[in-house]
Design a protein around this ligand. Sequence first.
Ligand code: SF4
Length: 359
Amino acid sequence: MNKIQRKKTRRIYIGKVPIGQGAPIAVQSMTKTDTRNIKATVRQIKQLEQAGCEIVRLAVPDMNAAKILGEIKKRIKIPIVADIHFNYRLAIEAIRQGVDGLRINPGNIGDNWKVKEVVSAAKDKKIPIRIGVNSGSLPKDLIDKYGHPSAEAMVEAAERHIEILEKQDFHDIKVSLKASDVLKTVEAYRLFSSKYDYPLHVGITETGPVPEGVVKSSIGIGLLLLEGIGDTIRVSLTDSPITEVRVAYEILRVTGLRQAGIEIISCPTCGRCEIDIKRMVKRVKKALKDIKEPLKIAVMGCSVNGPGEAKEADFGIAGGKKQGIVFVKGKIVKTVKEEELIETLLNYINSYKSSFTNF
Ligand code: SF4
């Protein structure tokens, strides 16, 4: 795969996670618990950490939520971003509680002195601010100017927020420009990226459930990443945040931007298949879920076409009549009964581990 030329952006840090200027594209998600429920929120963040989430955002709807952010932070490892709408007091409290980033639109904070207070607190603690433009909540005058919430209107909205921060000599900025319309989102990011070098948090918003949301996110985020646009991503789904993280990693893997864990190459099956591929894929995924190194595993329906079709796999199995074959780098190494296929595959993976340089 050709290496993607990533757009040059400034470097910021969310906690210890570098964003922009060539840093690996970071995977984010957002908790779906009531932030005030410390136990449930911490449990979900720990599950997210386990899945590989690198930055987590939490909704901060009121002062009670803001005041327990420090307690949540103490119990988790990844950096947290406080998501705040309008209320400067919540932003100040979140900063006091030690959050690693803020998502707040300075243009919505209100009086200038309130903005100044938030910005100077963020500056003191070296906390970046994400400007999050959403096509659904653009200022009325911009909608009037452009006739509809267009990509240009979204970029102009972001420019207004940026201007407010730059006037305070604040440049620790990250920007997102989200719409639920995939092509509009892509257009907005392209336009912004041609004008600014602030790092971009890329995502499509309100994409819906699986599989619709996965398709929308993959096309939108994927298109941008392939053009070199994007420094951190979030897949937004009406589903578990763990699924969001898994989908995000798949997008990064497919675009060749990050390789981690196992990649399953499995066939769609056809009339030649005589084994239960779906169940086998499930078992292989479960057995190898903790492998962090890149490894391609093929699970194919028949031994006639299977090994050939999955030549690029490191290890694979292919079915036959009540039996199957195990292959390594396209070469058949063993024929076993169907029920022994997975165990034999896992044994081969374990014994070959050390001989693979990328393992
Ligand atoms: Fe059909 Fe075999 Fe190809 Fe699977 S690998 S789709 S079973 S021909």
